[in-house]
Ligand binder design. Structure first.
Ligand SMILES: *Cc1c(COP(=O)(O)O)cnc(C)c1O
Length: 384
């Protein structure tokens, strides 16, 4: 059978040159001794984990980070074997033994995890690299201060038996994207005292770390030995309070584009899309954009999402459907097949993922990460 040509309908262009530039921008924001862990969880926020991991390493990242062990193992399976890879979201029964064999740095937040990793080390005969996670105030994963002494003691005991090596002590912020939020200083205080306890007990960590993108960009006192940027690698702002990605000196990596599938004239008073939430005011032209919520276009952006078509930014008219939505072209008549840019770098007048986040009442993280599997990723490279 002949190979099916790539679809004309839609594509997400991934600019690895922009990603490399973002890594260098972050590198310039941290002291020379600070290591950079490129966070490539969730398929690199929808951008493609392996290609983004390789580009980030090429531009000077030192570590890779994922949420699940399966994501980390996939990086190893793809041939990324010579850099430290950490993963932090473990569930009982997960493959600790494979993690040990793959040389992963495995996060331990509580006693159940320590018991499982120790059992896997005994079974495989190899020492596990573990990083103890402190809950310094996020209230999500991590070990509470009250339980920390026990976890540290038991981990050191397993280390003395040659079963684990405690390679890191780490935590995560709740509100780093809100500069001066009182929880930031409070978490740093708790982190320092939990570090102090562990180090006095005898832990000699290779790395201590707490900084995500917003803390990497705004909070040098939180950099310690390593920073863990995710969203900033992909050129997007962690949140409106920090400004746009462009204002932070970042370049968006993903552009989401489609081809207009139909252009047609309609009379005044014509309802558009499910529910008829948009009705044409006068005679106008409509353009059909063949992307929908199955592709990750948020239905919450119905009536609001911005799209560049024919040199002008239009607004989604009516509801975003599963596979398609409509824009009111206001009488313009671009050719069917014309490019529709939902978001991109913003340098050519197109909206950004941050604009879509505002239109959908969410964060830019969710916009790029949810772009669906039906949208092919196409690597482009703006150079540098
Ligand atoms: C996702 C994640 C990061 C990266 O966060 P950004 O805000 O995208 O920089 C860092 N650390 C942990 C534990 C994470 O889960």
């Amino acid at each position: 059978m002949p190979e099916t040509p790539p679809p004309r309908r839609a594509r997400a262009e991934i600019d690895l040159g922009a990603l490399r530039a973002n890594v260098r921008t972050l590198r310039a924001r941290v002291a020379p001794h600070v290591r950079i862990m490129a966070v490539v969880k969730a398929d690199a926020y929808g951008h493609g984990a392996v290609r983004c991991a390789r580009a980030a390493l090429k531009a000077g990242a030192d570590w890779l980070g994922t949420a699940t062990p399966h994501e980390a193992l996939a990086l190893r399976a793809a041939g990324i074997t010579d850099v430290p890879v950490m993963c932090w979201l473990w569930t009982p029964g997960d493959p600790w033994g494979l993690g040990i064999k793959a040389g992963l740095d495995m996060s331990v937040s509580g006693m159940w995890a320590l018991r499982e990793v120790v059992a896997a080390a005994e079974a495989t005969g190899n020492r596990a690299r573990i990083q103890l996670k402190a809950d310094t105030g996020l209230g999500r994963n991590g070990c509470q201060p009250a339980d920390w002494p026990e976890l540290v003691t038991e981990a050191l005991d397993a280390q003395a038996r040659g079963l684990v090596k405690v390679t890191g002590l780490w935590s995560h912020f709740a509100c780093a994207d809100e500069p001066y939020h009182p929880s930031i200083a409070a978490q740093l205080d708790v982190f320092r005292s939990m570090l102090d306890h562990a180090e006095k007990a005898g832990v000699e960590p290779e790395v201590r770390h707490i900084a995500n993108s917003p803390a990497t960009l705004t909070l040098p006192e939180a950099h310690f030995d390593l920073v863990r940027p995710g969203i900033a690698l992909y050129g997007l702002s962690p949140g409106p309070k920090l400004g746009t990605g462009a204002e932070l000196g970042l370049r968006p990596v993903m552009s989401l584009k489609g081809s207009v599938a139909l252009v047609k004239q309609v009379p005044a008073g014509h309802g558009v899309s499910y529910g008829h939430h948009y009705v044409t005011e006068g005679e106008t032209t409509l353009g059909l954009v063949p992307l929908g919520y199955a592709d990750g276009v948020p239905r919450h952006a119905s009536g609001r999402g911005p799209v560049l078509v024919g040199g002008r930014v239009r607004t989604v008219a009516g509801r975003v459907a599963m596979d398609q939505f409509v824009v009111d072209l206001g009488g313009d008549t671009p050719e069917p097949g014309a490019e529709a840019v939902l978001f991109g770098s913003g340098e050519r007048g197109e909206p950004t993922a941050e604009d879509w986040a505002a239109a959908a009442g969410t964060i830019a993280y969710e916009i790029v990460t949810r772009i669906g599997a039906r949208v092919p990723r196409l690597c482009v490279d703006s150079g540098n």
